[in-house]
Design a binder for this molecule. Structure first.
Ligand SMILES: C[S@@+](CC[C@H](N)C(=O)[O-])C[C@H]1O[C@@H](n2cnc3c(N)ncnc32)[C@H](O)[C@@H]1O
Length: 213
């Protein structure tokens, strides 16, 4: 975890400057997410990066806590919040462990472009289930590189992930999920998937909205 935080601290300024690769997919899932939010919701976002999405959505809900393990990502998020204040938005360093005692404390938990990077996604999904109130929503977007539709690109991802992992150029793990494997983990944690789709299709990023059973 310390390695991951160090890596993302180094990446943060560049990450915040880089343009979103597929804006149409980003905007589509942003609007789908917005459609599930209520004015009374208490939202937690994990791995929020520079809080770009948090800044766009926090005004719709009662409280929105955007967290990240990288203090540099959090610092950039706070700079943006100072420029464009949004009431009810708190940005802080943290991860799932930070909220271990928050049983039933959130109506929505989000994690975007995060779960292919976490140590134990099965355990993460079950902790998130515990943190949600009854009928609460878990909204996520996760790279599913093993389901890349183009054969050559799929092979390239496999080789790239193996090489950067072995050479320790990026923190491990990087999971190469299949969509059905990811969704089975979410369902096995006690969720019912109410919406899902690949946005974008290539490289596949699985958007999943799941309700706590
Ligand atoms: C690919 S970026 C995605 C950022 C943002 N969610 C987005 O979609 O732009 C992954 C983020 O997750 C954070 N991260 C990595 N591992 C994490 C973990 N185990 N718990 C919480 N955050 C983590 C990183 O610091 C980084 O900001």
């Amino acid at each position: 975890m310390a390695n991951a935080a160090k890596f993302w601290n180094k990446m943060a300024r560049k990450y915040s400057r880089d343009a979103i690769k597929d804006m149409a997919s980003y905007e589509y899932t942003l609007e789908r997410t917005r459609s599930y939010l209520n004015a009374t919701d208490r939202v937690l976002e994990l791995g929020a990066g520079t809080s770009s999405t948090a800044l766009l959505l926090a005004g719709e809900v009662a409280s929105y806590t955007a967290t990240d393990i990288s203090s540099e990502m959090v610092a950039i998020g706070r700079e943006k919040l100072a420029e464009t204040p949004v009431s009810g938005l708190e940005i802080k360093v943290g991860d799932l462990k930070t909220f271990a005692d928050k049983t039933g404390g959130f109506d929505v938990v989000m994690g975007l472009n995060l779960f292919h990077l976490v140590e134990n996604p099965t355990s993460a999904f079950s902790q998130i289930h515990g943190m949600l109130a009854q009928d609460g929503l878990f909204i996520s977007k996760t790279a599913c590189l093993a389901d890349e539709p183009k054969f050559l690109k799929r092979m390239m991802f496999r080789v790239m992930v193996a090489v950067v992992g072995t050479l320790r150029l990026v923190p491990r793990p990087i999971h190469c999920f299949r969509v059905r494997e990811l969704e089975a983990m979410i369902e096995n944690a006690g969720f019912e998937i109410i919406e899902s789709g690949n946005h974008p299709v290539s490289p596949p990023s699985r958007y999943v909205v799941a309700r706590k059973d």
